[in-house]
Design a protein around this ligand. Structure first.
Ligand SMILES: Nc1nc2c([nH]c(=O)n2[C@H]2C[C@H](O)[C@@H](COP(=O)(O)OP(=O)(O)OP(=O)(O)O)O2)c(=O)[nH]1
Ligand SMILES: [Mg+2]
Length: 314
């Protein structure tokens, strides 16, 4: 089925709350809460449709916006492609021009509002920050590793993958317990990149799977209340991740890196091409630092993941 192209707006107020409106009862997905927007008309580009829809539905003028995520979702009756943009600047005060109820909702409370099924990845994209720290070299001792983690967390890191492939399960478990406490103290979420046997034995906010682990699982290994992430390098792995119900991915290598000199970098064009077929937030990884965040977002990504650029050296 050819998808219906829809321009969707995420509008945030100064308190960081997001504007939701309720769909009219008689429409498709009627009665559910949504991000405002509507169909792209013939001879319109996405930006024109976004401005027109938001003017018609809310009476405000969109001034600047940037891509957040793009989702293609097949409902039994129709397929939609939602091109979701964050509105960075607008003029006016939003008002329900079509009589639709309107609410400002904190990101943590989004799941209390029944929404169309296609919107789940949008909510995930809103919950996730634009940087994902992958912890640095395997610790030789716990103390300096935790000190580095703390310095990194102090630099506004809110999402951490605890990666230490050289440790035994016992060593990883004790490191994870200490690292998790530290992450909680800094309001950061921590995902464990551990052996499959450890997954349900460690207290964390979620699990990060290697691409090899992805191939070994047929069911989601953690509940939907926890994050499930995966490392991917190509379309096949991205599809495996989607089939397993992974919430977000890391796709690499985008640029050449000193740590993987033999790997063939994707480059931004191929990164962006891969994302056209993916319905979840994807971080770009490989030779990147914070200055690449705008480029990653323009390419359709969530932001950047990194070890060297984000890991503080003790
Ligand atoms: N605006 C919006 N549409 C969504 C969301 N999630 C989702 O599945 N959709 C679907 C529902 C519809 O099938 C389609 C959007 O169409 P729409 O009914 O808003 O279109 P429109 O504003 O142009 O309305 P109309 O003139 O056709 O009545 O996308 C969402 O969060 N926001
Ligand atoms: Mg609409």
């Amino acid at each position: 089925m050819f998808p219906i192209h829809v321009a969707v707006a995420v509008i945030q107020n100064l308190e960081g709350k997001i504007l939701l409106t309720r769909r009219q009862e008689h429409t498709h997905q009627g009665g559910l809460w949504e991000f405002p927007g509507g169909k792209v008309e013939r001879r319109e580009d996405l930006a024109q449709a976004l401005r027109r829809e938001i003017r018609e539905e809310l009476g405000i003028e969109v001034i600047t916006h940037q891509p957040l995520i793009s989702i293609t979702h097949a409902y039994p009756e129709k397929t939609v492609r939602l091109d979701v943009h964050s509105i960075l600047k607008y003029a006016g005060v939003p008002y329900g021009m079509e009589g639709q109820p309107l609410e400002w909702v904190s990101i943590e409370a989004l799941h209390d509002y029944p929404m169309p099924a296609a919107d789940r990845p949008i909510c995930n994209a809103l919950k996730l920050p634009d940087t994902y720290l992958i912890t640095g070299p395997d610790p030789k001792a716990m103390k300096p590793f935790l000190r580095s983690l703390e310095v990194s967390l102090d630099q506004d890191i809110k999402l951490v993958q605890l990666r230490a492939p050289g440790l035994s399960d016992d060593e990883y478990r004790s490191l994870a317990a200490a690292a998790y406490k530290l992450c909680q103290r800094y309001g950061a979420k921590m995902l464990a990149n551990a052996s499959l046997g450890l997954i349900d034995k460690i207290d964390t906010d979620g699990v990060h799977l290697t691409s090899l682990q992805l191939t070994k699982l047929s069911d989601r290994p953690v509940s939907s209340g926890k994050w499930l992430a995966a490392s991917c390098h190509n379309q096949r792995e991205l599809e495996q991740a989607a089939a397993l119900g992974v919430d977000f991915c890391v796709l690499s290598p985008v640029l050449a890196t000193a740590s993987h000199p033999q790997a063939n970098p994707l480059g931004w064009d191929q990164f962006s091409e891969h994302l056209k077929h993916v319905n979840m937030p994807v971080y770009a990884l490989g030779g990147l630092d914070r200055k690449h965040i705008p480029q990653a977002k323009m390419a359709g990504g969530q932001g950047i993941a990194a070890i060297s650029a984000l890991w503080a050296q003790g």
